[in-house]
Design a protein around this ligand. Sequence first.
Ligand code: URA
Length: 263
Amino acid sequence: MGKIAAPDEVLYHIGISAQMIKGAKYALLPGDPGRVEALAKALGPAEPVGCHREYTSWLSQVEGEAVLVCSTGMGGPSVAIGMEELACIGIENFIRVGTTGSIQEKVALGDIVINKAAVRLDGTSQHYAPTAFPAVASLELTYALQQAAKDLEVPYHTGISVSSDTFWPGQERYDSFTGYVRKALQGSLKEWQALGALNYEMETATLFVVAQSFGLKAASICGVVAKRTDSEQVAPADTYRLASERFQLVAKRALQDLIKAGK
Ligand code: URA
């Protein structure tokens, strides 16, 4: 067991305390603060609990239990900072709900990707465990997400993410300010494809390594908003809407099942 904050201590970055989250053990972690309210309301009766920096927090109810929805902002550093403080106020299960770019033909726009592991193309996780240490999801949480997607007949894929600190060079995008991708990353998209990785995003490797280093659980579910086998562009808003409707439904069903099972 790690450090637990006093019930009324408001933590510096996330701006919330243990008593404000009413015993919540699960946190859903979208990147975008703008997605928190809708996600919390989709789970059940919800109320805002805090808003500081990139961390917007709402508390919702699933099967009579409090569930926190807290944004993390983009990329590993803010994920790790949020997780450090969320763990101190009692969160034990971290489920990222985000967006992603598919790198395989079979993974379509609007589909769901459930990541069982991630390539550590981030910097933050190196501060928690050496590069040889794997970034892997909780089997229990991942299975619950898969089962929920199956039950709801949502198109989903399970596989490995490539978690990059950058949206452009690390994901081998050339439509950047300079158009340059450094030599070491040129051809990297093809290599990840050949190795069977499914998607690019920016948070999952950090999430998995930090959770493992805490002895806590993490999983990741993303909606596909870019299809890199066709284009470097992010798809229009209707795809984003479809993807987010789907990951909301799946995350809610998985939480219901986990909480009903007393997990
Ligand atoms: N998020 C990413 O990091 N990459 C994409 O292509 C889409 C969403």
